[in-house]
Design a protein around this ligand. Structure first.
Ligand SMILES: [Zn+2]
Length: 232
């Protein structure tokens, strides 16, 4: 898959999933495979976008071998930026799934939640996929109501981040709660809790077990939303 040119140098992504010993097969020495999230956390900002693009595109090709229109096999084209169907001639392009992720706040408190199946003391901002026919604001209000029982009025966009697991765009917002009365959704959430600005600040600046809870690391947009709110 051709990702593009950077300072005149073509960048390509190759799916090596089928190879037993990919490094030996390609004759590459002094390299090793690393987990995407860990590796991306150590890369300069401009290079994380390349990793995200490569991860999403390789994954998209792996999952789109058949035409959703007629069920026949598809073939990659145009340097891997699309796939086309030999039978019905339909062209298919990679898509991005928008997800809203929001820091819900009121006065000097921020609402964070713990997902079912998540690690013990790990709290993060609420999040969810945007449904068909919804605006960003609609999705923020619906997700917050579903996951925490809280009614949100003002929604403010903050920042966004590609999240290639497999192909999401995280749209980070601040959402103002109309009350403190929360009720966690039993299906998705283990717990939702209000934290003070001081607690949020400590979780960003000096995380540790004595705090009793932890927030996502700096690779995640949740971290930056909490940090931005904590330092307001
Ligand atoms: Zn087709």
């Amino acid at each position: 898959v051709l990702l593009g040119l950077r300072v005149g140098v073509p960048h390509l992504a190759v799916d090596l999933t089928g190879l037993e010993e990919p490094l030996a097969a390609l004759g590459i020495e002094g390299a090793r495979f690393g987990e995407v999230r860990e590796t991306a956390a150590r890369l300069p900002y401009e290079e994380t976008g390349i990793v995200a693009q490569a991860r999403s595109l390789v994954d998209w090709h792996a999952r789109h071998g058949y035409c959703p229109n007629c069920g026949q096999p598809t073939r990659p084209g145009e340097g891997g930026s699309m796939r086309s169907c030999g039978a019905c001639k339909a062209q298919h392009f990679p898509r991005t799934d928008p997800v809203v992720i929001m820091a819900v706040w009121r006065d000097d408190r921020i609402l964070l939640g713990r997902r079912r199946g998540g690690a013990g003391s790990f709290y993060s901002t609420l999040a969810g996929f945007i449904d068909q026919g919804e605006t960003i604001e609609d999705a923020v209000r619906r997700e917050v109501l579903e996951e925490s029982g809280i009614v949100v009025d003002e929604v403010r966009y903050h920042t966004s981040q590609p999240w290639p697991f497999p192909s999401s765009l995280m749209i980070g917002c601040f959402a103002h709660a109309t009350s403190f009365e929360s009720q966690a959704d039993d299906v998705e959430m283990e717990d939702v809790r209000w934290f003070t600005r001081e607690e949020a600040r400590r979780a960003v600046e000096a995380p540790g077990p004595e705090l009793g809870f932890a927030i996502p690391g700096a690779i995640a947009i949740a971290h930056h939303l909490i940090k931005a709110w904590a330092s307001e």
